[in-house]
Design a protein around this ligand. Structure first.
Ligand code: ATP
Ligand SMILES: O=C(O)[C@@H](O)C(=O)CO
Length: 422
């Protein structure tokens, strides 16, 4: 059977978020970490290729995404889904616009819907403006993001700054009238010479409408929300069949490099509940200290079923001060390098159930663990499932991994996640 949907995700937590929504809506999903080898065969309704392209140079993001597109099309992918962040994380230069435009060119797509809405996680789009809960994106904690601060809530404006093609709007009044009205509006935009249509969505019903409306379009640019409306086009229905994972006994740990508001609160909650934690200081890494070595020495003898937390997570002011001293990119790279060395060292010392918080951080950790593919299991919170992954560091049984997007999860996430495996 050929692949119904080929997905390209711009970060690793985003990829598991999408795989989770597709699996729950009834698709058999495989998630690959990076581009799989040319001879890799897959038997799935959807394949999600997880890239780490959100914050690299636009040219590199385009090249990686086009390579993923070629791989997916060579395996018969009927429709392409470019998964972006539900908070539209990007800079003035991209990478959402340049990648979307390159994919549209390659696919000959003349009108492309764009919708990051994920109402289950309080991300909604109205009149083309993105809301996080009851706040405009630009008033939310996303304005302080260390790598992609989001200071404009108008997605039409944000995307237009990143694209050559014109960007228009399919507003909620149209979406409410149903799939036929959405199709007609997209057609009208196309006739006006618009290439990208930002589509409003405030509830799951709107996403189901979009799913029907976009059944025949070659390319969608979306958060994970739109995915819930696509399996219905193939006669698939919601299912929990895909969520059984093998039991993998072993020690437990959490590695958090996310500085998002939710992760900050989750770190505080974990420590307040009496969890043991080690704070990683970026300035000590920059001074050349072997911070990963010190952390792993501390962990030795403490690893058990009681999870240990290792975090660089810090409040916006502390992050800004580190970035002012080290530079934004250098700070990110240093911290990611150390946290990923810690993750690998932990697994080599017996950790088999690992939560990683933060998209970039997850990308770095999963690469250090040489994970090539993951199987999606039960959902912990919307957008965050447990997954099973083979890794040379983990031996024959592999390990259980939960990759948490920065702002996802309830405040007790780090405790709750392991409760689900008990
Ligand atoms: N204390 C710190 N000071 C400066 N930079 C930090 C600090 N802690 C973490 N970082 C860096 O901040 C970035 C956080 O990005 P990451 O994608 O991991 O989290 P996030 O943005 O909250 O998650 P998501 O992308 O899933 O929303 C990483 O590059 C990380 O290395
Ligand atoms: O869409 C989201 O918010 C997440 O899947 C994500 O991409 C965060 O990095």
């Amino acid at each position: 059977m050929s692949m119904l949907l080929g997905c390209i995700a711009d970060d690793f937590t985003g990829a598991t978020d999408l795989a989770n929504n597709l699996a729950r809506a009834g698709m058999r999903v495989v998630q690959t970490i990076g581009l799989p080898g040319q001879d890799t065969a897959v038997d799935a309704d959807a394949v999600v290729v997880a890239l780490k392209s959100r914050t690299v140079e636009p040219d590199a993001a385009v090249a990686q995404s086009l390579a993923a597109l070629r791989w997916l099309r060579a395996r018969g992918a009927g429709q392409i889904y470019f998964k972006v962040c539900s908070t539209f994380d990007s800079t003035e230069r991209g990478n959402i616009g340049p990648v979307a435009e390159a994919l549209a060119d390659a696919l000959g797509a003349d009108i492309v819907p764009v919708c990051p809405a994920f109402p289950e996680n309080q991300r909604t789009v109205f009149q083309g403006h993105l809301f996080v809960g009851d706040l405009l994106l630009s008033d939310s904690s996303m304005r302080h993001h260390p790598l992609t601060p989001m200071t404009d809530a108008s997605l039409v404006r944000v995307l237009q700054r990143q694209c050559r093609g014109r960007v228009g709007l399919v507003d909620h009044a149209v979406v409410r009238r149903g799939a036929e009205a959405v199709r007609a509006r997209m057609q009208a935009l196309r006739d006006e010479g618009v290439r990208f249509g930002v589509v409003d969505a405030v509830a799951n019903d709107d996403l189901m409408t979009m799913g029907r409306a976009f059944a025949r379009l070659p390319l969608l640019v979306a958060g994970s929300g739109v995915a819930i409306g696509l399996p219905q086009n193939h006669g698939l229905v919601p299912s929990t069949a895909a969520t059984e994972l093998p039991r993998v006994p072993g020690a437990r740990a959490i590695v958090s490099g996310s500085c998002s508001a939710a992760s900050n609160a989750q770190v505080v909650d974990f420590i307040q509940r009496g969890g043991q934690a080690f704070a990683v200081d970026p300035l000590r890494i920059a001074a050349g200290e072997d911070v990963a070595g010190a952390v792993l020495a501390w962990a030795e003898g403490r690893l058990s079923a009681q999870p240990l937390l290792f975090y660089a997570t810090a409040e916006p002011e502390a992050v800004r001060s580190v970035q002012a001293r080290l530079g934004v990119e250098a700070a990110g790279t240093l911290v990611e390098g150390t946290l990923s060395a810690i993750a690998r060292g932990l697994v080599e010392r017996g950790v088999r159930q690992l939560v990683v918080a933060g998209g970039e951080t997850s990308g770095a950790c999963v690469q250090a663990l040489q994970v090539a593919r993951m199987r999606v299991g039960p959902q912990i919170d919307p957008g965050v499932p447990w997954c099973h992954a083979p890794s040379p560091a983990a031996g024959a049984q592999g390990l259980l991994l939960a990759l948490k997007s920065g702002n996802f999860g309830t405040v007790d996430f780090f405790t709750k996640a392991f409760g689900l495996l008990a």
